[in-house]
Design a protein around this ligand. Sequence first.
Ligand code: CA
Length: 441
Amino acid sequence: MPHGLLDETHDPARRSWVAAANLPGTDFPIQNLPLGVFSRGAGDRRGCVAIGDQVLDLAAGLAAGLFEGEAGEAAHAGSGPVLNPLLALGRGASRALRRRVSAILAEGSADRAVASRCLVPMAELRLHRPVEVGNFTDFMASRFHTARMGAKRDPANPLPPSFLHLPIAYHSRATTVRVSGEAVARPHGQSLGPDGKPRFGPVLALDFELEFGAVIGPANRMGDPIPVARAGDALFGFCLVNDWSARDVQRFEMMPLGPFLSKSLSTSISPWIVTAEALAPFAAPAFARLEGDPEPLPYLMAAADQAAGGLDVSLDCWMTTPRMRTEGAAPARIVATSARHLHWTFAQMVAHHTSNGCDLRTGDLLASGTVSGPEAEGRACLAEVVLEDGGLTLPNGERRTFLEDGDEVWFTGRAERAGYVPIGFGECRARIDPAKSWPMG
Ligand code: CA
């Protein structure tokens, strides 16, 4: 992320008149200002900005006269039931809105009295999928995940031949992208049983994949590739992604065309889009290639992207089982990893994705693939733990190979750097519901 986006909104001394935004450990200080979509009671869905334990209702703010000019145009575009019209306006509008919202919510603001009437407590609202996702592409950008998953097939060469040359991906399903909080019913699927014969029924090996996602801002026209040096401008913002995976179905179906129903069963995303502007202080160098790795071809390489195209965002996965909740046990942190472990930057993903002339549309979701790190605690899906250890042992002694009904899994993300106020991503959470009965007749 370009450091050129840094401005007064990142000032660590800036505080908000919304008291909860100044608490240490909050995900939503005034330096963050992520965008979402909420409803209250039977009311409409409308765009908002998170601040502490409140949201600023953009439609109410417009009606109260808080926005004008470019920020007003942006607030209007972001005030509807999905954020796509705002995403389409691009970086200038996003930045103008951020600067105006930051000024409104800052301590000492002359707009405090008016703006306080446009706040809604998070405890009183429901959050919705913030973006109409037209297309969803899932990459496989962590070398550590890819190597662990490939080690059983060929321990000497666990990476597929193309992995070090291009960001590999598959086209996944956009219609089943859901917002955090919606339960995931165990799906039905066909897999090979232990007797080697096909079986069909509730899937047996349901897994999570801890991923990081980007939503596309302005679209490119079909036939017009986005060069890697400009690809950062296509990345409006970021969210947490859980690419739920049915491993038993996946093993049987994916040769040779790749995953299909094992992945389209459901994908959860966090309700907040953390903008590229908010993440500017947390830019990091691209993943360092190892000694002997090939240099990627020039269309994937740009000096600025190599210097600052990575993101320093820590990502954790938490879990409770029904027994843990009954016993009042604390949630278990079962994964601790970082977006720094991604071998490819999101700009490289965009450049590669569009290199054949494919158009990306506003609101498209690009997910990183399982963000595993090198250490055991960085194994960011159960399949890796099962391959290496046979399963997961929770603090109360319970064992899991894959997820059981009633298990609840959620991701958190946090960006921290000395000299800046840390920001968070909220949660990407879902509980596994039992399979529904198969329709008869
Ligand atoms: Ca995935």
